[in-house]
Design a protein around this ligand. Sequence first.
Ligand code: GLA
Ligand code: ZN
Length: 710
Amino acid sequence: MEKKILFPQVGGFVHGGDYNPEQWLDRPDILEEDVRLMKKAGINSMSVGIFSWSVLEPAEGEFHFEWLEEIIDRLYENGIYTVLATPSGARPAWLDEKYPEARRVNRMGMREHHGGRHNHCMSSPVYREKVAVMDRKLAEKFGSHPGVIMYHISNEFSGECYCDHCVKRFRGYLAEKYDHDIEKLNHAWWTTFWSHRYNNFEQIEPPFVHGETSVMGLNLEWKRFTTWNTNDFMKAEAAVLHSVTPHIPVTANLMRMFGGLDYRKMAPDMDVVSWDNYPTFHNDWETLADTAYETAFQHALMRSLKRGVPFMMMESAPGLVNWQKVNKVKRPGIHRLACLQAVACGSDSVQYFQWRKGRGSYEQFHGAVVDHMGTDDTRIFKEVAEVGELLKRIAPAAGTLVKTKAAMLFDWDNRWAIEDMKALGQETKKYEETCINIWKEFFRLGVDMDIVGSDEDLSPYDVVVAPMLYMLQPGTAANLRAFVERGGQLLATYLLGYVDSEQLCYLGGFPGDGLKELFGIVSEEIDSLYPADRNGIILTDDALRAAGSAISCGNSRGGSLAGGTTECCGGQAEKKADWEVAEYAEILRVQDAQVLGTYADDFYQGSAAVTCKSHGKGNAYYVAARTGAADMRPLFERMLADAGISVRRLPEGVECHVRSGEEDRYEFYLNWTKEAVSVPGVEGRDIVSGAQITDRLELPAYGVAVVCPL
Ligand code: GLA
Ligand code: ZN
């Protein structure tokens, strides 16, 4: 595959971050010093203008671009490119004062006061107009500057607005979706229930706290609308920028698995996906390896939003953040690991929030490359400079891609529907956590799964995992069927296919839409277990059982979905079940699937819990209960083996990702443990250290390596 170089000008990876010179305009000495320090830290790009509106336009119609021009010029003269932001993420006071409609209305129907950020109404015509004027001027002024390589639209889009403009647009959106036929909406939302029928679209209100919150269709449609409207706002900004300078790519910085917006709907409208990465390193609830693997999951999600193009890590904290419950500093060496992890997972940038700590206000103690001390003689600065060096050394890897034959299905719609459904255990739904735990287990087997939508093209993949896919999109079932029929290995779990994309239950047994035939099962009941309740699965498939018992104490680590620690069963004299079940157990009727495991306990003891239906070389596996991801490992291994994907188990805490281009290949190794490790089966040249590796790669504590074939 050809390389996809995002920024040929930069000649490698982007290294930079948020820079707020507007906070220092009265300190030219500091602005000069900034550039000297940037060069020393190996910085080649800065993101400017993100919250600069009140300096760019201090009063309505009075524009001041001269300071920005000076900054962009100076950066460019010193070999530093600019990611130019639009300032729509926060508004100047004059704007809110004169145009109150720009301020959001909350779920109680109250208009917010001026202040904060990320709190504008996405529908307000005046706000859109003011933003468009600003964006046009920025593009006209700076779009042809050779230093400007990208536009960064707004900042971290989020939130909802319940103002009259938004309500009107919501009604319009619904009328279009339901062909201006209120009966179609009434049917889709099942509004005859509790006498909630609407006579016309004008009667529909969004789910105010003190209003209608019991119509699931309304709740879901409001979330979809919020994505649609936010994206429409973002597209309007992008359109202005593109109309002036079509050659400059746009991005908007996303926030990992953020629950407020369906990023998959937004990704097509940005040229590059970027995201802000703030893991809670060194916390007291998981191992550092677990934090790292979860971050790898988030990177994989971002990478998969736009397959075939590198993404960007637009923000990360040098040192520490200021908003976590406990703002712990990253231990020496962790910064390098975290930066290289982003690159290993497919990012073509390492960017920080922020370059220099501001003296005052909300983020004055948030980590930055340059501290209040103002020197390059700090631990953090030195670690950043070291990353600058490292990125130069591995520059040829820019533009290469992570390719994988395995994918997990994750849908925002499904997530919202599960959250909102009135069923199961209200506290134990854990859709995201379930996905993450399963993803991590595959990762521990050396498989770096993509994370894609259930109706996306699955042809690049040979293994697909669909945890808790409660809601089926119109194309999902056909997609899964085609995947298995062409020989794919598919695994779905409990909760599959209960509702269609309108949240109407399928009639005639779950899973609906033809999936009963694909899996050869019908799910008749789902049992929710209290926190202390346990059941188990006894594997009736000898090979799976043997593979499971060969894994020593697999249950004791990380895989439990019960929320607590699972006892290690390896050492117990009498093992009751092979897999532990907590929280959910579906009771199945088997049609024509093979039973691989049965329940150990309760009135459904002995009934099917794990099944497989084969279709030629393809297999459709079903696990009907919540078990630890580590329990399921033998099943994952079987699927991978049948798909011809090789398994490679590295020591716990050691990560490997592979990026490749047409002719080059880079194996990234990251050691997140405090111990030195020796990784067998590695050959090539480590372009970080320059060492030739023959067979074993020796990584020191927190060590990294990027190995290329000789
Ligand atoms: C977000 C924002 C930044 C900054 C950081 C702090 O990612 O985009 O402006 O507030 O958080 O961690
Ligand atoms: Zn609004």
